[in-house]
Write a protein that binds this ligand. Structure first.
Ligand code: ADP
Length: 312
């Protein structure tokens, strides 16, 4: 095999050269150090730097989700640094609700990051199909997210980009927190970088006000996630980004009366302007929304596309 020559490219001879550069990824990838050979499967999704493919280890048929980052996208040291930060940080994590990092290697064309395959994609996909989830489902997912987040925060790591698309769901309907592209070690208030990196989704007021990102800022994003799953739209969504930022800074959002009173109380206790007024992760778990409501042990896969029948 000649890894750099793709069947795809060969099959479409009349494509322009620039198109080739963008889409060219070999059907078979070889890790030169171990000699292991992987066969490329379907495209799972596209991200900022990477395309993510299903890949199978030909020695044992084990399947992975593989982030493929073209070397051309990380030619500048600061770009490469970001990917190396993500790899080193993710490598150090082991938790049942964090996407498992398997291994990585690179060849002339790409960097390959081998991750646990989450075949049901993410909460973003489930949300697209369902628009809103029921309280028991939201408790089911939030408990797993909080478990992963407590693990990270205890290790002094902030995720900094909690959003539906970063909560992956595996075949068994277990949630896995992933994408550590913006994650960073927790720093003291003085040391915190005051820049807003990337385009994180659910920015907290203190991050917008350039006071830096703390564990409380991850909690704020979690509140936005809870709101979105229950209400069907993000709490601070307007047609104009500047207007959205203004709403966030003033904590201007509305709670639909269709929400249960305990859901309303929990969301408003999380979406507090002052980080020190916000509930902590343990306080969230101790809230009546969790203690007085039923949480299923497991969700049926059908709940990815339709309202499940759940019996307490
Ligand atoms: P992003 O820039 O959106 O964070 P990623 O490179 O992390 O991009 O992922 C791109 C897409 O690949 C995601 O939107 C998702 O659909 C898919 N993906 C990423 N990781 C996994 C995984 N472990 N299992 C299944 N699909 C994944």
């Amino acid at each position: 095999f000649k890894p750099s020559q793709t069947a795809q490219a060969a099959a479409k001879p009349n494509r322009s050269k620039s198109e080739h550069v963008k889409t060219e990824i070999a059907q078979v990838v070889v890790d030169a150090k171990t000699g292991r050979t992987y066969c490329k499967g379907k495209l799972l999704g596209k991200g900022g730097f990477a395309r993510c493919y299903e890949m199978t280890d030909l020695a044992n048929n084990k399947m992975y989700a593989v982030k493929v980052i073209p070397q051309s996208r990380v030619s500048k040291p600061h770009q490469r640094g970001k990917i190396i930060n993500e790899i080193e940080l993710h490598k150090s994590l082991q938790h049942k609700h964090v996407v498992k990092f398997s291994h990585h290697f690179e060849d002339q064309d790409n960097i390959y990051i081998f991750l646990e395959l989450c075949s049901r994609k993410s909460l973003a996909h489930i949300w697209k199909a369902r628009h809103t989830l029921t309280d028991p489902e939201v408790r089911y997912y939030l408990k797993q997210i909080i478990s992963a987040l407590k693990y990270l925060h205890n290790k002094g790591i902030l995720h900094r980009d909690l959003k539906l698309g970063n909560f992956f769901v595996n075949e068994n309907m277990d949630l896995r927190l992933g994408d550590f592209g913006l994650a960073a070690k927790l720093e003291t208030v003085e040391q915190r970088k005051k820049t807003i990196c990337g385009t994180p989704n659910y920015l907290a007021p203190e991050v917008l006000n350039r006071q830096g990102h703390g564990t409380e800022s991850d909690v704020w994003s979690l509140g936005c996630v809870m709101y979105t799953l229950l209400c069907g739209n993000p709490p601070f969504e307007t047609l104009d980004l500047k207007e959205t930022y203004k709403c966030i800074k003033e904590v201007r959002y509305s709670l639909p009366p269709s929400l249960t009173p305990s859901a309303q109380k929990l969301i408003s206790a999380i979406l507090q302007k002052n980080p020190s007024d916000r509930l902590t992760l343990d306080q969230i778990l101790a809230h009546e929304y969790f203690t007085k409501g039923f949480t299923p042990e497991k969700l049926p896969p059908s709940s990815c596309v339709m309202v499940p029948e759940l019996n307490p």
